[in-house]
Design a binder for this molecule. Sequence first.
Ligand code: ADP
Ligand code: MG
Length: 588
Amino acid sequence: MLARKYGLWALVVALIAVAVLPLPDFWITQLNYIGLYSLTCLGLVLLTGVAGLTSFGQAAFVGIGAYSTAWLTLNAGLSPWVTLFIGLAITAVSALIVGGITLRMSGHYLPLATIAWGLSLYYLMGNIDALGKYDGLLGIQGLSLFGWDLGQGRGFYALTWFTVVLAALAVLHLLDSRAGRAMRSLRTGTLMAEAMGVPTLHYKITIFLIAALLASLSGWLLAHFQRTVNPSSFGLKMGIEYLFMTVVGGVSHVWGAITGALLTKLLEDQLQVLLPQWIGTSGSYETIVFGIVLVLMLKYLPDGLWSFVEKRLPSPQRTVDWERAAALPERTKPAHGDLVLDVQTIRKVFGGLVAVNDISFQIKAGQIVGLIGPNGAGKSTTFNLITGVLSLTSGDVVFRGQKIGGLRSREIAARGISRTFQHVKMIADMTVLENVALGAHLRGAKGVLAAMTRLNRTEEQQLFREAQRQLERIGMGAYLHEQAGNLAMGPQRLMEIARALCSDPALLLLDEPAAGLRHQEKAALAGVLRQLRSEGMSILLVEHDMDLVMDVCDHLVVMEFGTFLTQGTPEFIQQSPEVRAAYLGTEH
Ligand code: ADP
Ligand code: MG
């Protein structure tokens, strides 16, 4: 998935070679189209491959870019270099409106909404007199740069592919950044990302905007390349084709966009010539072949052709350049013994089920409090109420003197509560280090533009230094560059703890951290928890392993069927007949 820089150099060399070689003009024209398609597909890589948002409507944004410049250069006499920015601005406004409405929808509503958007824009373009209805606009001027007419051949080729390389580089840089990690976390759902303080809707809209702007840029180029625009280039069929190209090439790879555009265009050309010869009559048979190819691809190479190439390339060298980075500032921590968390008669009702029934307890700074009870007692639900993943039915939660009941999960994270999940939530195709750096999201500030232009390096180094420090703190220093998805369960859980620690929390919530761990790993975990406590950390621990709980906890709260059973020291709880009765036949 991640930046493979030498791929870029290979591409640049190939591009220059093509320009210099005595290739027929026909091929240069085809390569110009491929470059234009690549720009739109690059947006789809971000949108669909990275963020998991499927759009059939990208052609409509190409259309906005193309029609804006066509109409303005023809009717207002403006230079194309001015209308480029007007077109991008119009695209941005429409993308923000469309995205603002549709990106709140989940599942299949988003693709459906993009289809509706693609269709309506097509009919709009085809019915406006000023835009020439279905005939479109003709006689658009070509592009010239410093008096040099770029024409439709090699000059235009240079501009187009320069733009593609620049855009690919910007996207690669973006993906390898704080904002990019946040974006890459969107595909697996928003729960974990929000708990790490990531404003997920904001990032979805940003991605939608970037993809639309890339499409619009492609449209601007297209209008001045073809010298004519008409709605058929921007309809739903074309929207589907862009998605097709990207999926065939490799929807989660930057180079997949270019691979897809290249192969689709070449295949289309060949089929248009060959199929009528084979079949004996003419017609759009290539569409049928494309359909079959797509079905086969989805079955046998779901990650696209580029993934096939990438597997055969040597893996990139990972360099560590952050040893000297400055430490990130830390929040002031509560003094030992201060009241950190005050849970006040919280209740959660699911339909008829009272999952958490007026539970109250407190945690003081430097304390490890265990929340125990049989399966289904309401422990995880209690966690979700404290961290804002679920809304309270009644009751309140006070953290360091401030009410946090009713706040969003990411607002609670910002106040200094961090957590792990009963079922590990990670980005399997990111490295351990990147996963953990996501935990420090709120401690950075650099956004998309800084990432694209590499002006984020100092901050990135600080974030990685912190991520490495937290991994080493829990004994995971040997796994920095491992793919998270390749880890065994034990290291995955430790990685989640490191990620939570990366946010510099004052309270750590661990949901069954020892589940799936081997004996030595459990002993190591106990050591880590004691060490954290000695550093002043407060911890709320849900755990089924009673040896671990009795070993590390200072205080235990026992729940059963959502209700409070008893609380006290581990010794007291071990003696309690009620607790024994509750666990009898379930755990011990
Ligand atoms: P524990 O973590 O102690 O094993 P949970 O908090 O996961 O228990 O669940 C407590 C009860 O609430 C269970 O009966 C469970 O089925 C129910 N429950 C948990 N989450 C939901 C939900 N989102 N919707 C409906 N019921 C839920
Ligand atoms: Mg649970």
